[in-house]
Design a protein around this ligand. Structure first.
Ligand code: ARG
Length: 460
């Protein structure tokens, strides 16, 4: 296929160089955005008297036909085309003749591609936000279901303090809400039209950039034509928001993997989100969670690829920038894939309340509460902390837990210990009384659930 720019050249591009240079195999996914951008551009050219109304009408009708045919599959992409922009323009000219050749007036592929990516990412980001919201809703429902379930919480992966299990689940809902905020924030900053920046210096034609921007749903136009074609910050920002989101999913996955192990058995994953082993008949493996954890590395890689591709680039457009697409597309696809499996995996998992309760009974998880008991009776916290530490050591040595260690033994350490202490350090009391704002009690869990639901409602 002859290049549109063939005029200046004596020889055709080498075949391997041509394949190397071509981006249609991945930028074809922006066809709808490319065509809609071109329609708005043609309408603007006519409004400004740069094109005749008749030509603009032919162009817009032609583009509409191409869009429909691509949507229906009646038209296939020509993989010999250099990129999606060249393909659409060539197809248009094939269909409507000379008028098609006028579309690229007062425009360059440099501002065209910058426009297309913004439009594409805006649509995709919206889909991802919807998926994250769905996950937040599912996590919140699970948390509510498990508001009364007592479980140990950990530091250093050592049993630390008892909590309502729903409280830990809600920690993830909070992270995910921030992820939504980050994505929406990046979209807000991205939502300015670069079209009309042309190759890099604007144009001598009397264009109306604001008209195009408005038609395409932007909040305005970019203010510097060099920046308009060179800026890919929005790709970096979005990918970094995705990387953080994946980091959260990965931490969550790690817990799912631990919790579903025989060592914990806090949860059972549904059969439809686990796999078996080819050799060990007993195995039920948490592959989905492991893959989400694994794919997190991919998205970090995409972010690094983008940052690195951009770091040495002089202004304005350089072909290196074509590399932005595969990185951001891969990040997008990975995030979508992960969310589509992760959400139902969480929705269908079962929490084993008896197991989490038993785990909370071990590990002297109520030692802080015992120290607090003495402190509330007037002993300075540090002194109480020391006494409880000594008692824990005694219990370990003699095979007791705090809950069944005789009162007489306690009283050897302090006469502040009285019978009511056993009640104070029962798991139920420890959890139920953690009512400080954002604390681990069932009532705090329910308050958080209401808060998250309200945030979701207001944003939707
Ligand atoms: N396929 C190119 C890209 O993705 C389009 C822009 C080409 N511009 C140019 N001056 N060669 O970046």
């Amino acid at each position: 296929m002859e290049k549109m720019w063939a005029g200046r050249f004596q020889k055709a591009l080498d075949k391997k160089a041509d394949d190397f240079n071509s981006s249609i195999r991945f930028d074809c996914r922006m066809y709808a955005q490319d065509i809609k951008g071109s329609m708005a551009h043609a309408a603007m050219l006519a409004k400004q008297g740069i094109l005749t109304d008749a030509d603009a009408e032919r162009i817009i009708d032609g583009l509409e036909g191409i869009l429909n045919d691509l949507n229906s599959g009646a038209l296939a992409f020509d993989m010999a085309a250099e990129d999606i922009h060249m393909f659409v323009e060539a197809e248009l000219t094939k269909r409507i003749g000379d008028a098609g050749k006028k579309l690229h007036t007062a425009r360059s592929r440099n501002d065209q591609v910058a426009l297309d990516i913004r439009l594409y990412l805006r649509d995709e980001a919206e889909k991802i936000v919807a998926l994250v919201k769905e996950l937040v809703a599912v996590v919140t429902d699970k948390a509510e279901e498990n508001a009364e379930v007592i479980a140990p919480a950990y530091t250093h992966l050592q049993r630390a303090q008892p909590i309502a299990f729903g409280h830990q689940l809600l920690a993830y809902a909070m992270m995910l809400l921030r992820d939504i905020g980050r994505i929406e924030d990046a979209v807000k900053r991205m939502n300015y039209s670069p079209l009309g920046s042309c190759a890099l210096a604007g144009t001598t034609y009397p264009t109306d950039r604001a008209f195009v921007a408005e038609k395409l749903g932007f909040d305005g136009v970019t203010k510097n034509s060099i920046d308009g074609v060179s800026d890919r910050d929005f790709c970096v920002e979005l990918t970094s928001a995705f990387a953080i989101l994946m980091m959260h999913l990965s931490r969550f996955s790690e817990e799912i993997i631990l919790w579903s192990s025989w060592e914990f058995k806090f949860i059972d994953l549904d059969d439809s989100y686990t796999t078996g082993s080819s050799i060990m008949p007993q195995k039920k493996n948490p592959d989905m969670a492991e893959l989400v954890r694994g794919k997190t590395g991919r998205v970090y890689g995409d972010l690094m690829a983008l940052l690195t591709a951009l770091k040495g680039l002089p202004l304005a457009y350089n072909k290196d920038m074509q590399e932005d697409k595969e990185a951001i597309f891969d990040a997008l696809d990975t995030v979508v894939m992960c969310l589509e499996v992760f959400t139902p995996m969480i929705a269908t998992m079962k929490v084993n309340a008896d197991v989490t309760y038993k785990a909370a009974q071990k590990g002297f998880i109520n030692a802080t509460d015992l120290a607090d008991y003495l402190t509330k009776k007037g002993m300075p916290f540090r002194a109480a902390y020391k006494i409880v530490g000594t008692i824990v050591a005694e219990c370990i040595e003699k095979g007791y837990v705090l809950d069944n260690y005789p009162l007489a033994e306690y009283q050897k350490h302090s006469e502040l210990f009285t019978e009511d202490m056993y009640d104070e350090i029962s798991l139920e009391t420890c959890v139920n009384k953690r009512n400080s704002e954002g604390g681990a009690s069932p009532s705090s869990v329910r308050a958080q659930v209401q808060w998250v639901r309200e945030v979701l409602r207001n944003e939707l």
